[in-house]
Write a protein that binds this ligand. Structure first.
Ligand code: UD1
Ligand code: UDP
Length: 415
């Protein structure tokens, strides 16, 4: 009898453990850790009513970090700041060529999937970590849930475009943030009316809105109180002369490989930024991706490098935290970027943006006129600056209602 009584909770736990859903989230690059914060939050809220470990409705999230990004300010800082649970696994893959990096990820992810046997693998965006997760999971017949599905630049020279297409076509759940994403998937032959049960051969396509928009709404207020504008740089003596005032500086980020690894494009961009800063007398704040920092000295002429690093109007910093970043975004007069995430955040915070790319997968923000595609073209950047500031801007509702992550979780758990 004693043995039986002792066993009941144990058996209950085993049954509940079996009933609970195990989601394995794969992150690797900075923006994926940020995006993962939204679903992790939804999972925590889902289980809040009961003890997560013992609830039939419970869902367990296992986090795997490929280690694609590894500097503290490209990785750890986001787990700490955004409350993303520490990774259960870190493959520490690091940097390398596409083949070397992706192969190491596939092999490491496969090992973890065989051990953990999750019910679904959640992948974000379009990096090599996304691609590796899609290959490893789909070949083990584990359903892939792709968040940010359907986005296309229609430029297969971008490594990200290959990653997006491969991931979408190995997914069971495709969560699309925008109408353009839905249209792209329809064009590629996805059955937009497919009914569950879903599988890799009968994938479900869902227009859920954007988890980054969820995050911007959720963290915007917290960030404001945590990182007042001038604390962001106050520790750096070099910039003690600068006081950032809301609406009186430009925020710029550059990291896209076709900009950093092409000295002509990189020079065009930096020449335009210094000219705008000096001719308009406006501070340009540049939190530099490590890829860009490494290329700056070797790619710019001595004269341009000197102007960029010594101009009193240009602030070059290491990557900043997400709270610092959204504080800067909210305060900026304009945002100039080649980042996918930053161009969207510009829109979320109702800022005009110049996109340093020939095309974007976030077509709606260009179509509505609040962003301009200026590529790495000096004249287009200079003209675009004046043109955008002279416009009446519109920020229609494009990215959902701020609850994309809850909708996504609900679909994963119920189908
Ligand atoms: C990757 C993604 C890109 C995404 C970006 C987000 C791919 C193919 N590209 O580009 O889609 O927009 O992340 O930031 O997956 N480095 C460091 N420390 C780090 C990380 C990188 O020094 O913590 C340097 C290394 O020199 C490395 C270079 O940055 O070789 C590029 O890193 P990598 O992850 O390969 O590509 P990203 O340009 O970061
Ligand atoms: N970001 C940040 N600190 C920085 C630069 C960017 O927190 O110094 C955030 C930014 O707010 C956005 C995300 O990182 O949420 C975008 O990542 P990134 O530009 O590296 O990649 P992409 O979105 O182009 O894939």
């Amino acid at each position: 009898m004693e043995i039986l009584l002792f066993s009941i909770p144990l058996i209950k736990n085993i049954i509940l453990e079996t009933l609970s859903k195990r989601i394995l989230t794969i992150v690797g690059a900075r923006p994926q850790i940020i995006k993962a914060a939204a679903l992790s939050r939804a999972i925590r809220n889902h289980c809040e009513c009961v003890d997560a470990d013992k609830c039939e409705k419970s869902v367990r999230e296992i986090i795997l970090h490929t280690g694609q990004h590894y500097d503290a300010n490209m990785s750890d800082i986001f787990f700490d700041e955004l409350g993303v649970p520490k990774p259960d696994y870190n493959l520490n893959v690091g940097s390398g060529s596409h083949g070397v990096q992706t192969a190491a990820m596939i092999s490491g992810i496969e090992e973890v999937l065989l051990k953990e046997k999750p019910d679904a693998v959640v992948l974000y965006g379009d990096t090599n970590s996304t691609l590796a997760g899609a290959v490893a999971a789909s070949k083990l017949h584990i359903p892939v849930a792709h968040i940010e599905a359907g986005l296309r630049s229609f430029n297969k020279a971008m490594p990200e475009e290959i990653n997006r297409i491969m991931c979408d076509h190995s997914s069971t759940f495709l969560f699309t943030p925008t109408v353009a994403g839905m249209k792209n998937l329809a064009r590629e032959g996805f059955d937009m009316d497919a009914k569950g049960p879903y599988s890799i051969d009968n994938p479900g396509v869902f227009h859920t809105g954007d988890v980054m928009f969820d995050n911007s709404l959720f963290f915007a207020e917290v960030a404001h109180s945590v990182a007042p504008l001038n604390e962001v740089f106050s520790s750096d003596e070099k910039y003690s002369h600068i006081t950032l005032e809301p609406g009186k500086f430009i925020l710029a980020t550059i990291h896209r490989n076709n900009n950093t690894d092409d000295s002509e494009r990189l020079s065009n961009i930096f020449r335009a930024l210094v000219d705008i800063a000096e001719n308009k007398g406006i501070v340009v704040v540049l939190p530099l991706h490590p890829r860009t920092s490494k290329m700056l000295k070797q790619s710019l002429s001595v004269e341009l490098y000197d102007r960029v690093t010594n101009s009193p109007e240009i602030v070059l910093t290491s990557p900043v935290s997400f709270f610092e970043m959204i504080t800067l975004e909210k305060g900026a007069k304009m945002i100039i970027t080649d980042s996918g995430g930053v161009q969207k955040e510009a829109f979320f915070f109702r800022k005009p943006s110049l996109i340093l790319r020939p095309q974007t997968e976030w077509v709606e923000i260009v179509e509505c006129g609040s962003a301009l595609l200026v590529d790495a073209d000096y004249d287009k950047i200079i003209l675009g600056y004046d043109s955008l500031l002279g416009r009446q801007l519109h920020f229609p509702s494009i990215f959902g209602d701020g609850h994309a992550s809850e909708a996504i979780l609900d679909i994963i758990l119920n189908y």
